[in-house]
Design a binder for this molecule. Sequence first.
Ligand code: HEC
Ligand code: HEC
Ligand code: HEC
Ligand code: HEC
Ligand code: HEC
Ligand code: HEC
Ligand code: HEC
Length: 258
Amino acid sequence: MMNMRKRRWARFVIPGAVAAWAAAVISCTSVNRVMVVPPSIPGATYVGSDDCSACHEAVTKKFAGSTHSKLHVNGGNAQEIGCESCHGPASVHVQNGGGLFTIVNPGRNPDTCFQCHVDKRGEFSLANAHPVMSGDMSCSDCHSPHEGKASDGGAQLTTVSDGCVKCHAAQSGPFVFEHEAAREGCTVCHSPHGSVNQKMLKTRNATLCLQCHSQVQTSTGIYIGSRDHASFLGQGTCWSGGCHEAVHGSHASQSLRF
Ligand code: HEC
Ligand code: HEC
Ligand code: HEC
Ligand code: HEC
Ligand code: HEC
Ligand code: HEC
Ligand code: HEC
């Protein structure tokens, strides 16, 4: 059902010539996640982005307009900002005339991203998170690293949800009875990186739904929509206990029940 790529860095059979690279990736398995030392290419130094365009013209052109190309750092290390801020020092790669495994590819390991987005390591380590720490998914499944705003893959999802739907078709419909909430995107209800709550929900109780649906207390009851919910609210969340279980949309009922 899910078009998942398999564990990325385990998938590659590493030839002898690049055993040094493999040795640099010392992984130690703790109870439920694998921690990997940030990858680097032994002996490599920074060369700047100028050389890259000769062989990677398409990437270089797109990159000019992206968020990450606009980052500025003052001082002697400024040349490190650019391609090498994510791909690491590239001298070995350039001297070899390019090639695989002579330069860091963050598509196989998010540690390069965590250097600057340190808070994301925490988000992906929460109890309910997309499996980026295990290597089953990568940041670039949702973000385009070289193009436009870095979050185009992400921010777009908050309106059209296309990025989520390529892996989660079942939640996208079309449904006979749509839930209009989904028009505002999956992230009105889900934290895309990870959450303490099950199913990566932003909140674990009715607050999730009451962002948009108001609850009005009168002398006759507690109204949500046109219905008195006083006796329902103790039964569980809005989406459990036989209530609005088809929260993404329903083929059977306008009130989003199965
Ligand atoms: C002389 C040509 C050449 C130059 C210069 C060059 N590359 Fe490459 N690069 C290649 C080739 C060839 C490949 C292998 C492509 C393939 O097989 O898909 C490659 C692959 C890569 C990869 C993927 C590596 C992997 O293991 O998945 C990255 C990342 C990369 N280059 C970044 C850069 C950056 C950044 C620069 C500038 C600092 C650069 N390259 C300069 C030719 C070059
Ligand atoms: C924000 C971090 C970041 C920066 C900056 C960056 N890249 Fe990448 N690059 C990535 C990621 C992530 C991937 C893996 C993409 C994937 O798995 O689909 C990648 C993959 C690549 C590849 C492998 C082929 C491909 O497109 O998948 C090449 C070549 C490459 N980058 C070149 C460059 C060059 C040249 C620059 C500078 C002009 C650059 N990158 C700047 C993050 C970055
Ligand atoms: C050298 C530091 C650095 C590295 C490495 C880096 N970033 Fe960023 N990134 C930034 C800064 C600075 C911003 C802009 C400020 C912000 O939003 O935090 C940014 C912004 C972003 C944004 C939101 C941008 C937008 O256009 O709205 C995303 C998404 C992102 N980065 C993803 C990544 C991913 C994925 C990687 C690894 C492939 C990565 N970054 C690597 C520094 C970095
Ligand atoms: C499952 C898809 C998905 C994956 C995987 C993912 N992101 Fe995101 N990311 C998003 C979405 C969606 C947003 C926009 C969030 C919003 O608008 O509420 C976002 C926003 C961001 C932002 C900008 C806003 C913020 O929270 O600071 C950064 C930076 C970022 N992501 C970095 C990363 C990094 C680094 C990785 C990998 C370690 C990663 N993301 C992996 C979907 C993803
Ligand atoms: C590249 C494929 C891919 C993309 C893109 C993707 N996901 Fe996922 N998603 C997964 C995988 C894999 C899991 C873990 C499934 C598991 O653990 O059984 C998952 C799990 C989830 C779960 C928790 C499911 C559960 O049963 O606990 C939610 C919620 C979710 N994703 C929402 C989203 C949202 C929202 C987006 C867009 C921001 C998104 N996903 C983008 C692959 C993806
Ligand atoms: C109105 C809030 C809301 C929106 C919008 C929303 N979800 Fe959900 N989602 C939920 C709730 C609540 C659950 C938990 C359902 C349960 O536990 O029975 C859930 C569960 C999931 C699951 C786990 C599988 C399942 O059905 O239990 C996935 C995957 C998922 N959502 C993906 C998405 C995607 C993709 C989008 C955007 C197309 C999206 N969601 C939009 C509220 C929402
Ligand atoms: C982003 C805003 C938003 C969120 C969050 C949201 N909804 Fe909705 N929902 C709507 C809109 C808009 C409609 C259609 C107008 C209406 O009926 O109020 C709707 C309609 C409904 C309906 C159909 C009402 C009917 O009988 O026609 C139900 C049931 C419902 N939502 C339940 C939920 C539940 C349960 C949650 C929490 C998991 C939730 N909603 C979260 C916006 C939202």
